[in-house]
Every structure is written in structure tokens, then in C-alpha cells.
Write a protein that binds this ligand. Structure first.
Ligand SMILES: [Zn+2]
Length: 228
């Protein structure tokens, strides 16, 4: 796969002009554009089961270039080691708080107010407490390199950890560490999606993990990979 020329758009404006102000306002009111977890789904996403093209890390990186320049989402299956899976670290790297109505991320510093203008009404933690959702990034590594910052979909994370997000803080750290070692440094079969997100700082390509399971030995043999 050959990457085309980059069509990345970088907007630079004088910070004191009205344009800069309206861009800032745009950013404030459209903060979803700045967060990777939003709008990952396209209407035309294929079923996970129908995604079968296998990518090495190097091929995935080339696809990432293609997606960045074309804006067309890319998909693939990777057989790679889970080289980062820090679920027993600080819960702030594992969980995020989201609006219970529209699932947009909310923050304690703004009293968990939802910034989504199309979300119904103003509400705060007092009348409607935020929900918890998993927000975990992993790295996938094979003999060709490492693909970092792959965002697990919340449902995928919940399935892997075998625990609802709101129950996660109650687990003992030893339990979390045990769960981590079920996957860490194991060969996984991961279905990934790459999607370009355009915002005022330019275009970025986010990697989402749509499904992840430990690879079974037969799959590895079929791919000419030896399990370890
Ligand atoms: Zn909301």
C-alpha cells in the first residue's frame, strides 16, 4: 500500500482575529471533534466478522498514512502481541466519565456538565450523575514494529476485563494485575478500524479496536506465525 501525498490541512490564524475567536468558539462547542472516542462509527462500517484482511504492524502504519491522506476509513485484522495494557495503573487511565444521556465525556472540573449542544438540557452531577465507561489504549507489536494508542471500544474493554466499568474501581489491585496478565504479552487477534478526524489543529488518524481476543494456535498456524 503506497501512501499518497498528505492532504493534511493546517489552519493557522492570528490568535487575535475574529476568525481565531470563532475557531475557538467552534472548538469549545464541538469538543467532540477533539476527542478520539466520539463518532468512531460510520454508517457504512462493515460487520466485524467480514473484516478479514490481515495486516502486519508495518502494513497498518502504511494504511494509517492512506487513511490520513484520503479520509477514507480503513480496516484490518492484526495478529500481534499486546505490548501495553496498563489496566492495573491509576483508574484515570482506564475509566472516563461520560454523560448518561449522550455518552460524551464529561469532566469533574466542569461539574460533569455535558457540552453537547444537541444533548437534552443542562444537567449537572446533582440531577444526573455521570456514567463510567472504559477508556483504554493498547499497543500492538509484531516483528515489524509497534502500533501505539489503539483505543479499545468500551464494550471490547468490558468483555476483556469481564467487569462493568462502574465496578472496576472496587476490584483489588491484585485482581486487576491478574486480569492484565491474561492478555499482556500474549498474541492477540485484533480487528482494527482507522478513521481520520479533522479538527482545527489539522487531521489526525485514530485507531479503534473493534474486537480483540487471544489468538488461537490454529489461527496463528494459518497465518504462518508461531505462537509463543
Ligand atoms: Zn449529554
Amino acid at each position: 500500500m503506497v501512501a499518497g501525498t498528505s492532504s493534511k490541512t493546517i489552519v493557522t490564524v492570528d490568535p487575535d482575529t475574529p476568525e481565531a475567536h470563532s475557531l475557538r468558539q467552534f472548538g469549545l462547542h464541538h469538543s467532540s471533534l477533539l476527542s478520539p472516542e466520539l463518532d468512531f462509527a460510520d454508517n457504512k462500517d462493515p460487520d466485524v466478522e467480514t473484516i478479514t484482511n490481515v495486516l502486519t504492524v508495518r502494513a497498518a502504519q502504511a494504511l494509517q498514512q492512506d487513511v490520513s491522506s484520503s479520509g477514507q476509513s480503513g480496516y484490518g485484522v492484526m495478529f500481534a502481541f499486546l505490548s501495553q495494557f496498563d489496566v492495573d495503573a491509576d483508574t484515570s487511565t482506564v475509566l472516563k466519565q461520560v454523560c448518561s444521556r449522550c455518552r460524551r465525556r464529561v469532566y469533574e472540573s466542569s461539574d460533569y456538565k455535558c457540552t453537547n449542544s444537541s444533548c437534552t438540557g443542562e444537567h449537572t452531577a446533582h440531577d444526573e450523575p455521570p456514567d463510567m465507561e472504559y477508556s483504554i489504549t493498547v499497543s500492538l507489536t509484531d516483528h515489524t514494529g509497534s502500533l501505539e494508542l489503539c483505543h479499545l471500544l468500551p464494550d471490547v474493554a468490558e468483555q476483556m476485563l469481564g467487569c462493568k466499568a462502574r465496578e472496576w474501581p472496587n476490584l483489588h489491585s491484585a485482581e486487576k494485575t491478574n486480569i492484565k496478565w491474561i492478555y499482556l504479552l500474549e498474541r492477540a487477534r485484533a480487528v482494527i478500524k482507522m478513521k481520520r478526524v479533522d479538527d482545527r489543529t489539522g487531521a489526525r488518524c485514530f485507531i479503534h479496536v473493534l474486537a480483540l481476543e487471544k489468538a488461537d494456535p490454529q489461527q496463528l498456524l494459518d497465518q504462518g506465525l508461531t505462537g509463543s
